[in-house]
Design a protein around this ligand. Structure first.
Ligand SMILES: [Zn+2]
Length: 72
């Protein structure tokens, strides 16, 4: 796999498209792992209560399919 293995919960099937940095994650998601914001499976921790940060992690590197727009 040449891209990050973080999979967004948005849509359920989209992977972050950033290149792998470490542990199969891109730099952004690896740092989130180090901060304990996601686990090694790439799942957001429930205790991360900052909705803006959750959204940032969840949507990082995601390119939505043509014709679909992510609401702001
Ligand atoms: Zn990523």
């Amino acid at each position: 796999m040449s891209h990050c293995r973080f999979r967004t919960s948005w849509g359920g099937v989209l992977f972050c498209q950033d290149p792998v940095y470490l542990e199969g994650f891109c730099k952004f998601h690896y740092q989130a792992l180090e901060r304990g914001e996601i686990n090694e499976a790439g799942v957001l921790h429930e205790r991360l209560s900052d909705q803006a940060r959750r959204r940032e992690i969840n949507l990082h590197g995601i390119r939505p399919p043509e014709g679909i727009y992510l609401e702001d």
